[in-house]
Design a protein around this ligand. Structure first.
Ligand code: 0RA
Length: 649
């Protein structure tokens, strides 16, 4: 590191040190892959800004075998002239100063600095090294940084006849843990989204980590309308072309533009994606509430006018069932509820979206009365199904009360009443349930044995009452004690705060049936108790696959590799003895002590926590895996068959 740092540079170092000390505050969790991938989005955002400014049409992302990643664009190239205030190159300021983008009063760079995340300097701070190569003014410049600190000067290395920026970084393994590999699918789906939102921008992803290089290209001239079509590609839609809505309103700070694409399908889920300045707001906000208000009033108005309503009006949930929509707002100075920009709070946006959508939707219904009727009919059906479901659910609840207190007889409850320390094992089969009851810590662990396969709820979404009549499902609902249903506005809906256990642990056999039962349970939880999954309450127990014994020593292996390693170790200890290998097929083959020791003891067990990265992707996966479309499922299985490593029938 050179020693010519002035006062400004010391500030820089302190800024980057803060990012290294608390990466979570700037980039998300460094242990579960979210910060790791956030680094990519930060770098790519700069290239996208060059596109928005009208100077770049291609972004190329490459995953290298050494775990580094590069982002190349063909924009103007980062400026290289000396920065007035800091006395170093503008490029170095951008690479090392937190939020440097905003410091450039040069209005051309306002988009990124003002509206995007923490900037490329935060990524630099958490990188073992970062190389930047700039093509600008006919020359090539290069500079290297280590842990965010300059390792070389910015030097001119040659000439070129193009412009652009190439940034390569290697995430620092002293900061990131657990997940160190970039996830191609996650990068692909995120950058695909980016290219949909930036009609005309081509994004290329190269995965060069294995000998077989893999490249995909995203380039959509159709923008958000094409995005909606693609999301609904495998669904039966009520109208062929998405409804496209655009509007603009001038506020003091400048123009606010809104752009929406809407399409209804026969799906039961609602999928609305919200964006502000190309950034996803996963918790919605004022644009979403504006859209919702307009949808409810416009569709109810149309239904009344056409005499399509028999009873009460349609609820918001009714009119949004089966809707896929993109709301994209561009705002000169938006406010968010948090640093992560998950929710837009700029209050004026709600009225703008509401007015534009209401007007355009009414117009659309006038011009397309057939589609209007279909949408209303679908909402009326949804409303009836919801009413039937509510009745069935209340009946279940009353029945529980009649049977005394409501806890099901099959439940072996734990002693503690403090949900934060309580967990419930959902166990496949009565015999494994028996072992689990004997082996457990009865103070904090409850056992609920479930008989056979629970109902595939995905195929009953049109007849939800049937779901509530199912014995095993009733038993779970009563044991959890937190209600059922994903509609937060509805009393009796699932509420994590009432959950009697903080961990719901699915424990099934390590075979194909076990996997099926686990999928059925996850389908039920996702469709009817989604906050339990989103709140991180759902886990999957990991029973061992093998017991390895030598004399009095028993060891357990959870994978084939581990089995081989343990066999080697046991061999090494005593050359002579030939080693016993037992393959566990079912939980029932383990006695209570073994089950406790290997799978249930909180001190030693491993469990998988069920998390959801992308609700829409998850919706589609359950539709594919568990729904009615057999050819589609077959195609999915064929696509993924080669990923299956341990199929034991
Ligand atoms: C500051 C000012 C200008 C462009 C950039 C930064 C810039 C940053 C990155 C990061 C990755 N790719 C990038 N491309 C451009 C404007 C330069 C001008 O006015 O010529």
């Amino acid at each position: 590191m050179s020693d010519d740092y002035g006062a400004g540079s010391i500030q820089v170092l302190e800024g980057l040190e803060a990012v290294r000390k608390r990466p979570g505050m700037y980039l998300g969790d460094p242990h579960d892959g979210s910060a790791l991938h956030h680094c990519i989005w930060e770098v790519v955002d700069n290239s996208v800004d060059e596109h928005l400014a009208g100077h770049n049409d291609v972004v190329e992302v490459t995953l290298h075998p050494d775990r580094s990643l590069s982002v190349r664009d063909y924009g103007r190239g980062i400026p290289v002239d000396t920065h007035q205030e800091f006395g170093i190159s503008a490029a170095e300021v951008i690479m090392t100063k937190l939020h440097a983008g905003g410091k450039f009063d040069n209005s051309s760079y306002k988009v990124s600095g003002g509206l995007h995340g923490v900037g490329v300097s935060a990524v630099n701070a958490v990188s073992e090294w970062m190389d930047v190569e700039i093509h600008r003014g006919g020359a090539i410049y290069k500079q290297r940084f280590e842990a965010g600190v300059r390792a070389t000067d910015l030097v001119k290395t040659g000439s070129c006849d193009d412009t652009g920026t190439l940034i390569t970084f290697k995430p620092d393994t002293t900061i990131f843990t657990n997940i160190l590999e970039f996830d191609f699918d996650q990068i692909d789906s995120r950058l695909k989204e980016t290219s949909f939102l930036n009609a005309g921008l081509k994004i290329i992803i190269n995965d060069e980590r294995s000998d077989e290089h893999h490249t995909v290209e995203h380039h959509y001239e159709g923008g958000i309308s094409e995005f909606v079509k693609q999301i609904n590609a495998r669904r039966e839609t009520l109208h062929e072309e998405p409804i496209l809505i655009q509007g603009e309103k001038e506020i003091e700070k400048g123009p606010v533009t809104v752009e929406l694409a809407l399409q209804w399908s026969d799906a039961f889920s609602e999928n609305i994606y919200c964006y502000t300045n190309i950034i996803r707001n996963k918790d919605g906000g004022t644009h979403l509430s504006g859209l919702r208000t307009a949808l409810t009033s416009s569709i109810n108005g149309y239904a009344k006018k056409k005499n399509l309503l028999k009873n009460d009006g349609l609820s918001g949930d009714d009119v949004r069932e089966g809707l896929t929509a993109i709301v994209s707002v561009k705002h000169p100075d938006p406010s968010f509820s948090s640093q992560t920009k998950d929710k837009l709070v700029s209050s004026e946006v709600s009225g703008i979206v509401q007015t534009v959508v209401y007007e355009k939707l009414n117009e659309f219904f006038e011009e397309n009365p057939g589609v209007g009727k279909q949408i209303v009919d679908k909402a009326v059906l949804a409303s009836k199904a919801r009413e039937a479901a509510r009745k069935a659910r209340d009946l279940t609840r009353r029945k529980g009360v009649l049977e005394g207190g409501g806890l099901p007889g099959k439940l072996a409850d734990c002693q503690s009443r403090d949900p934060s320390e309580c967990e419930i094992y959902l166990v496949e089969g009565d015999s494994a349930g028996g072992s689990a009851k004997t082996g457990r810590d009865r103070r904090t662990q409850a056992i609920l044995p479930l008989r056979g396969k629970i109902l595939n709820v995905e195929r009953q979404m049109h007849n939800v009452a049937k779901v509530f009549q199912n014995q095993e499902i009733q038993t779970m609902i009563r044991a959890f004690g937190a209600g059922v249903g994903n509609n937060a506005d509805d009393e009796g809906s699932f509420n994590t705060e009432k959950l009697r256990y903080s961990k719901l642990i699915i424990m099934t056999d390590a075979d194909v049936d076990g996997a099926h039962i686990r999928t059925l349970m996850l389908t039920f939880l996702w469709r009817f108790m989604r906050p339990a999954i989103e709140g991180g309450h759902v886990y999957i127990a990991q029973p061992p696959l093998y017991q390895l014994s030598k004399g009095k020593v028993n060891r357990y292996a959870f994978s084939d590799e581990e089995r081989d390693t343990i066999i080697e170790e046991l061999r090494g200890e005593n050359e002579g003895a030939k080693i016993g290998v037992q393959r566990y097929k079912g939980l029932g083959e383990m006695n209570p002590e073994q089950l406790w020791e290997t799978t249930m003891n909180p001190e030693t067990r491993t469990m998988l926590k069920v998390t959801v990265r992308e609700a829409e992707e998850t919706n589609r996966m359950f539709e594919t895996l568990m729904g009615e479309d057999v050819p589609e499922r077959r195609a999915f299985i064929e696509r993924h068959a080669k990923e299956v490593t341990n199929l034991d029938i």
